[in-house]
Design a protein around this ligand. Structure first.
Ligand code: B12
Length: 235
C-alpha cells in the first residue's frame, strides 16, 4: 500500500476489514490466501508451516504480518477449533511456531533503550499470549521500546517491574478475565502505579472493566499504534 502512495499513518488507522478491502481494491485479489497455512497446520507439517510464516514475515515486516497474517490466521483457527473441525494439536503447533517466530523477532529488534519503555504482561492464570505479543510488536513499530514479560505475572511483580524499568506505560492483555482480575487486580494496579505511568488494557476481556479515568481501554491494534505514537512523539 505504501508503494502505491498510501501514507503509513493513514493505513495504520484502518481496521482489519478496511485494510483488506483497500488491498483488494488495488490488487483485485484477496490480501493473503491463508489456505496453504491452514493446510500445513492440518497436516501437522511443522517445517512447511514455519517456512511459509517466515517468508511472509520477511516480506511484510512485523506491522503488516500482524494485520494480514497473524490476527486473521488465529481468528480462522479459532473458528475451526470452535466448530471442532481442527484438532488441538494443530492449534498448539500454530501457537508454538508463531510464538518462536515473533518472540525471537521482538528480542532482536527492541534494542533501542532511548525510546520510552512499555511493559507488556498478562495477569495470573491468563495464558492467552498472542494479543499481548502482537501489541508489543505494534508498540515497537510505533517507536517505543517494548519490555515483553509474557503471561501469568503476579500483580506485585508487575508493579515492581514497572518501577525497576522506569516504564512510561504498562499494557495488560485480557482475554478471559476472572472476577479477581476485574475486581481486585486491575484496581490494585491502577491505584499503585506511579502517577505519570500510562495504564493501557486491551483484548476482548478488557470490555468487562468498568470505565475509569486511570485505565485506558484500547480497542484494537490500529488504536494502540496511534496511542503509542502520541506517547513517543507527542502527536
Ligand atoms: C489460541 C487460543 C488458546 C491457546 C493460547 C495459546 C497462546 N500461547 O496464547 C490455548 C490452547 C493455550 C488456549 C487455552 C484456553 N482457552 Co483459548 N483460545 C485461543 C483462540 C483460538 C485464539 C486466541 C488468540 O490468540 N486470538 C488472537 C488475538 C490477538 O485476537 P483477539 O484476542 O481477538 O484480540 C484482538 C483485540 O482484542 C486486540 N488485543 C488483544 N490483546 C490486546 C492487548 C493489548 C495491550 C491491546 C492494546 C490490544 C489487544 O487485538 C486483537 C486484534 O484487534 C481463541 C478463539 C478466538 N476466537 O479468539 C480461544 C479462546 C480465547 N479460548 C477460550 C478458552 C475457554 C480457553 C480455555 C479455558 C480452554 C480450556 N478449557 O482449557 C483455556 C484457558 C487458558 C488460560 N488459562 O488462559 C475461549 C474464551 C471464552 C471466554 N471469553 O471465556 C475462546 C474465545 C474460544 C471459545 N470461543 O471458546 N486458548
Amino acid at each position: 500500500l505504501v508503494d502505491q502512495g498510501h501514507r503509513i499513518s493513514a493505513i495504520a488507522s484502518l481496521n482489519e476489514d478496511q485494510l483488506k478491502n483497500l488491498v483488494e481494491s488495488i490488487s483485485g485479489k484477496p490480501a493473503v490466501d491463508l489456505n496453504p497455512l491452514v493446510q500445513s497446520l492440518r497436516a501437522l507439517d511443522s517445517n512447511e508451516l514455519d517456512r511459509q510464516l517466515r517468508q511472509h514475515f520477511a516480506l511484510m515486516g512485523p506491522l503488516d504480518f500482524t494485520q494480514q497474517i497473524g490476527l486473521p490466521l488465529l481468528h480462522r483457527i479459532g473458528e475451526l477449533w470452535e466448530h471442532g473441525s481442527i484438532c488441538v494439536a494443530s492449534e498448539h503447533l500454530l501457537s508454538t511456531t508463531l510464538r518462536s517466530l515473533m518472540g525471537g523477532s521482538l528480542l532482536t529488534r527492541s534494542t533501542n533503550r532511548h525510546r520510552p519503555t512499555i511493559l507488556f504482561a498478562t495477569l495470573p492464570k491468563e495464558n492467552h499470549e498472542f494479543g499481548l505479543l502482537f501489541a508489543a510488536m505494534m508498540a515497537e513499530a510505533a517507536g517505543a521500546h517494548p519490555l515483553y514479560l509474557g503471561t501469568n505475572l503476579p500483580v506485585e511483580e508487575i508493579l515492581s517491574a514497572v518501577q525497576t524499568a522506569n516504564a512510561a506505560a504498562l499494557a495488560i492483555s485480557m482475554v478471559r478475565p476472572s472476577k479477581t482480575h476485574i475486581e481486585k487486580d486491575i484496581p490494585t494496579i491502577a491505584s499503585s502505579l506511579p502517577k505519570g505511568t500510562l495504564f493501557l488494557t486491551g483484548g476482548p476481556g478488557s470490555a468487562d472493566l468498568p470505565p475509569t479515568d486511570r485505565v485506558e481501554r484500547i480497542q484494537d491494534m490500529a488504536q494502540l499504534y496511534h496511542r503509542i505514537q502520541i506517547l513517543v512523539h507527542g502527536r
